[in-house]
Write a protein that binds this ligand. Structure first.
Ligand SMILES: C[S@@+](CC[C@H](N)C(=O)[O-])C[C@H]1O[C@@H](n2cnc3c(N)ncnc32)[C@H](O)[C@@H]1O
Length: 217
């Protein structure tokens, strides 16, 4: 989701201007910008970060929870080897129809297995065949279930595998002790849990709306 912690608009513009974005991704950004929900899309800096991460760990099997119009999936799938696979979880046929068009244009559609169902159902399915085998997971869907997504993805991950959780600063609300709504409290609780979680290495980044990066030990 595009919410920023850059020190100024000038720095944000500079960062975006130095974040590589291909032609297909740029057109997807343009089309998504016309939607009222456009703010849910990750920025080009985050897309470049996800792609670099996927390449750096040599990921082949990935999961995404929350696909929307397909930007993060495009970044991840483009960074995979030709025989790599990304399972995308979303509940919207409408938004993911846009995603499918751009994935085809980018030539990565064959690497993506889009499952339209509540993500926890898909994760439960995957657990029967892929437990301990996933290299990388990106979590970017409904915040109240983030704790469940984290546990399910950790279970699916191989040792050394990585999870990136988006929106972990939630526009700064997690740091405001006066704010107590369901989403803010859920994210706050998960940040605290991961901070103390001996099963993982973790780093909370001020990238986009806050990205918690976790590596399974
Ligand atoms: C913030 S958007 C994802 C943005 C996307 N990662 C991108 O880069 O453009 C969140 C998505 O989560 C989906 N979603 C919400 N609840 C869900 C659920 N229970 N299971 C699966 N997807 C869900 C929404 O339909 C929406 O497309």
């Amino acid at each position: 989701m595009t919410r920023r912690f850059a020190a100024s608009d000038a720095i944000e513009n500079y960062v975006w201007a130095h974040s590589r974005e291909g032609n297909v991704a740029a057109r997807l950004r343009e089309e998504t910008a016309k939607l009222p929900q456009a703010g849910m899309q990750i920025g080009p800096d985050q897309a470049a970060f996800l792609a670099l991460l996927v390449r750096a760990i040599g990921a082949r099997r990935c999961i995404e929870i929350g696909t929307f119009t397909g930007m993060s999936a495009l970044a991840v799938a483009s960074a995979l080897p030709a025989d790599g696979k990304l399972v995308c979880c979303d509940i919207s046929e409408e938004w993911t129809a846009i995603a499918r068009r751009y994935w085809s244009e980018a030539g990565v559609a064959a690497r993506i297995d889009l499952r339209i169902a509540p993500a926890l159902d898909t994760l439960r399915d995957l657990a029967t065949s892929q437990r301990g085998q996933i290299d990388f997971a990106f979590i970017d869907a409904d915040k109240a279930r983030y704790g469940d997504y984290y546990e399910a993805c950790l279970d699916l991950l191989r040792p050394g595998g990585v999870i990136a959780l988006d929106n972990m600063l939630w526009s700064g609300k997690v740091a405001d002790a006066h704010v107590h709504d369901a989403d803010t409290d859920a994210i706050r609780a998960l940040n605290a849990k991961i901070h103390a979680d001996a099963r993982v290495d973790a780093s909370l980044l001020t990238l986009g709306d806050g990205v918690m990066l976790v590596r399974k030990r």
